[in-house]
Design a binder for this molecule. Structure first.
Ligand SMILES: Nc1ncnc2c1ncn2[C@@H]1O[C@H](COP(=O)(O)OP(=O)(O)OP(=O)(O)O)[C@@H](O)[C@H]1O
Ligand SMILES: [Zn+2]
Length: 875
């Protein structure tokens, strides 16, 4: 929905009792500021805006030419801010969601400058035409002049000033064509750069909470209220096709939700009470009521957005170094340029021999702006962060990105990271005759209800299947011993539940027990008043792709180790499932042992990546060079403490993240080498042969542009590289790659026990039956067999429609046009009359109309159980 990108900021203003003074209404305004070229303008923007009364904070994101202003709308209007920036020639405008970021067409100044310059080229035929070149320079330099004046007023030397000096110098030397050419080259390059950046920043903008609705519907009354006025614990209604407005738990209805805005995996995740849902995800096909668990400003997506914003404006090591050098570079070159003129002037006097020196001096001046060098890091970082965010990976800044590229060792937590964290109980025994089974289960389930450990959920669930209802409210003195288990008092009994370590803590004297069956590998003990009264064993399976992820890391020269609080047997069991991929196993660790081991790994192996679920790995995550928290559910705490967070449970993204870090480093290195090399070449040329001013300008602005374009390759390859493995050339892999991974992640995210095991064939979205992963942006519809023919007809016509529409369709790829209109999935042959059809269509599912059409069970168009689950987003 287009509208101004203005958003009320958290932490409202001061209300005074009498309401006499107007309360401060803090808002964040996003501005596209095209005049930002490099860090010189950052200081300028800050100096312009910060002194204004009512402006609280100013953030400048150079690569996307964005300025984020937090201000009191009562004191300063958006328009005032825009005016202040425009007075300095910065070409600011308030950003509209869905807008292009401006700058699509060259400004009239550029066009006029180009036309005049072109006309002046006929000067050999008609000599007075050469004045037109001077006119071209004057016209084109207008915007530069405004910016130069503003910079000079703030005592900063920026590229505009340097260029204007060069233009003036060229004109003074009588080289009008050169003066015009400098202006034209400079302004055109700047415009092209803006175009390039606009693409990247549009991607960033569309990424997240722009889509989160600002209003919610209360489930009880149907009343519509602002999302920011909704407290924790309110029940809101979310209908099919709507975006979930707040974080919460489902309390009624069931549906499938597309979480791609957070996880980067576009496939439907089933939701029923009490699944968690997140703001910004799309309810695809059913009505759900959601009880909010966080305020709108604390929602996961809002926190992510704040992090992304902070990440963009934070400067990495490399960038700080470059900026520090750049600070001295410009004055130094200006001094040298002055020297090049003054020294010969003093030695030779004002004679003819001075001209080459003057020209050399101008070349130096033009080269004095380290624009390309200054841009080399932030633009690459920006693009890499954007690509990461698209795959559901949140990286908190360029430093983390650079560290990711240096990783030599990867340490994995076991439960919830390598494994799914979905335990199943293989055995549960009473020991001795102190208690009955029911009593034991009652104690265990009541106490475990208070724990958030993955084992706890399994134990509570197990008790429920034995018709035992937990009563956590009867547990007193509850305490968690990290890495050991839990303690509590219930019915006057002192109960400990946990691993072998908890036995020692409870001063239980019983000999170490072995469970006879070896299916379960984690052994749990229940100790009541110092006596061992119960034993249970549980097991957990590795995540799909865990072995492959670790092998990929190894092929990249990265050593993988496991750090777990669980038993050695459990660690070995996981290692067996992984085919022995891990190089080291460390088990029975307390959280502080993990920290120690991470420090040891760093010392012996080099930069260390710690991947954890964030439950009790926080200290280890913080201690590593890069702490990567995994999974959407654990994100609340994990996102805060870790350096990076993976919003999905797809462990294969760990090697991808490292690869991205490496590519970003290579890109930055190439950018730096290129921009420094270009400057050196121009100076060498000027000294060795003769100073040519327009070559210097071309080198300057050209390298800027090249640096931007080269950095943007980080974005493009993302889609191409990811598309190949399973989609056969589709440009964006979302729907089908996601489907291939979905069984694991789906059940993980939905909190439901997994129906499938690794190695099984993929599930089809709709029908839960085996089928091939559907092609990109396909519509998967589950329908009764007799309706197949009908659906085929409909699909064929939809396909014809899409094909006839030309390139305007939303799924883009030519492959989808060429594909047959409908294909029946792998036959089930199980006698049931449900069939899964995949229709390679472009329009039907991408429009919300079609989505709700297919999503509505009542609608005749899609038959009874029709489910539309396009991976495509609305355009
Ligand atoms: N609520 C609990 N109920 C029963 N046992 C528990 C509980 N919490 C912890 N334990 C025991 O303590 C051990 C260590 O727990 P910890 O949370 O440190 O590691 P983990 O989650 O099992 O493994 P990892 O460190 O790989 O994530 C567990 O393996 C389990 O045996
Ligand atoms: Zn863990």
């Amino acid at each position: 929905m287009p509208g101004p990108a203005v958003e009320a900021a958290a932490g409202g203003g001061d209300h005074d009792g009498g309401g006499r003074r107007k309360a401060a209404a803090w808002e964040k305004t996003y501005l596209d500021v095209l005049g930002i070229c490099c860090t010189a303008e950052v200081a300028l923007v800050e100096r312009l805006l910060l002194p204004i009364d009512g402006v609280r904070a100013v953030t400048v994101v150079v690569p996307s030419r964005t300025v984020i202003v937090e201000h009191d709308t009562a004191a300063v209007s958006h328009l005032h801010i825009v005016k202040v920036l425009n007075k300095a020639g910065l070409e600011a405008s308030i950003r509209a969601y869905g807008g292009t970021g401006g700058g699509r067409w060259p400004s009239p100044f550029i066009v006029a400058c180009g036309a005049l310059l072109a006309a002046s080229l006929f000067a050999p035929l008609l000599p007075p035409l050469r004045w037109l070149a001077l006119a071209a320079a004057c016209v084109g330099a207008q915007p530069m002049l405004l910016r130069a004046l503003a910079a000079a007023g703030n005592l900063t030397v920026d590229i505009n000033i340097l260029m204007l000096i060069a233009v003036a110098g060229a004109a003074a030397l009588g080289n009008y064509t050169e003066a015009g050419a400098i202006v034209f080259l400079f302004t055109v390059a700047e415009w092209l750069e803006i175009l390039a950046c606009a693409r990247a920043s549009a991607g960033m903008r569309s990424l997240m909470s722009a889509a989160v609705p600002k209003h919610v519907v209360l489930a009880e009354t149907g009343q519509v209220v602002g999302a920011r006025d909704v407290g924790v614990g309110t029940v809101v209604a979310v209908r099919a096709g709507e975006v979930v407005p707040v974080d919460g738990v489902v309390v009624g209805g069931h549906s499938e939700v597309d979480e791609s805005s957070l996880t980067g995996e576009s496939f439907p995740v089933p939701k029923q009470p009490p699944s968690e849902v997140w703001a910004g995800t799309v309810n695809l096909d059913g009505y759900i009521s959601v009880r909010t668990t966080a305020l709108a400003e604390d929602s996961t997506v809002a926190r992510m957005e704040r992090l992304v914003e902070a990440a963009q404006s934070s400067r990495s090591k490399t960038q700080r170094l470059i900026d520090a050098c750049a600070k001295y570079y410009t004055p130094a070159v200006i001094v040298v340029a002055a020297g090049v003129v003054l020294v010969p002037l003093l030695l030779l006097g004002a004679r003819d021999g001075l001209k080459p020196w003057l020209q050399l001096s101008l070349v130096l001046l033009v080269s004095a702006c380290p624009c390309a060098l200054v841009l080399s890091t932030p633009v690459a970082t920006f693009c890499a962060l954007l690509r990461a965010a698209r795959m559901g990976l949140l990286i908190k800044g360029g430093d983390v990105l650079e560290s990711l590229g240096e990783v030599r060792v990867a340490a994995f937590d076991k439960t919830g990271t390598i494994t799914r964290g979905e335990f199943s109980i293989s055995a549960f025994h009473v020991v001795g005759n102190k208690v009955e089974m029911d009593q034991l289960l009652y104690w265990v389930s009541s106490m475990e209800s208070k724990s958030s450990h993955p084992m706890a959920a399994a134990l509570v669930e197990y008790s429920r299947t034995k018709s035992i209802r937990p009563e956590p409210e009867h547990v007193t003195e509850f305490h968690i011993y990290h890495g050991e288990g839990i303690y509590g008092v219930i019915s006057g009994k002192h109960i400990y539940i946990g691993n072998r370590k908890i036995m020692a803590r409870s001063s239980c004297q019983a000999p170490v027990q072995e469970m006879d069956d070896h299916k379960g590998v984690s052994i749990g003990h229940v100790i009541c008043d110092g006596d061992l009264v119960g034993l249970f064993s549980l097991s957990d399976d590795c995540r799909t792709g865990a072995a492959k992820a670790i092998q990929e890391l190894r092929s990249m020269g990265i050593k993988s180790v496991m750090l777990t609080g669980d038993s050695a047997a459990a660690a070995k069991h996981a290692q067996e499932q992984l085919g022995g991929a891990l190089e080291e196993l460390h088990s029975e660790l307390l959280p502080e042992d993990k920290v120690r081991l991470v420090a040891e790994l760093r010392a012996s192996g080099g930069a260390t990546l710690m991947v954890g679920d964030g439950m009790n790995d926080a200290p280890a995550l913080a201690a590593a060079d890069v702490g990567l928290a995994m999974g959407l559910s654990g994100s609340a705490a994990a996102v805060e403490i870790s350096h990076a967070a993976l919003m999905s449970g797809d462990i294969l993204r760990v090697p991808r993240a490292v690869r991205l870090g490496r590519r970003a480093r290579r890109t930055i290195a190439a950018n730096v080498a290129f921009s420094v090399g270009a400057k050196a070449a121009v100076l060498a040329l000027a000294v060795a042969w003769r100073p040519v001013l327009w070559v210097a300008v071309l080198a300057d602005v050209g390298t800027c542009l090249l640096v931007v374009l080269h950095s943007m390759l980080l974005l493009r390859d993302a889609a191409a590289a990811a598309g190949r493995p399973c989609c056969g050339g589709a440009s964006e892999p979302k729907a089908c790659c996601a489907a291939a991974k979905s069984p694991a992640a789906r059940s993980h995210l939905a909190g439901a026990p997994s129906a499938k095991r690794p190695g099984d064939h993929h599930d089809c979205h709709g029908c839960q039956k085996q089928c091939k992963p559907p092609p990109e942006h396909s519509v998967v519809i589950t329908i009764p067999a007799q309706a197949v023919a009908e659906h085929r007809k409909e699909a064929a016509s939809a396909h014809a429609m899409a094909a006839g529409e030309g390139e305007g369709g939303c799924c883009g790829g030519a492959s989808s046009v060429a594909a047959p209109p409908a294909a029946i999935c792998a036959p089930h042959g199980n006698g049931e009359d449900e069939v899964c059809i995949i229709i390679s269509a472009r329009t039907p599912c991408c429009s919300s109309k079609a989505r709700s059409r297919c999503g509505s069970p009542k609608d005749a168009g899609c038959k009874d159980a029709a489910v539309c689950c396009s991976g495509g987003k609305e355009r």
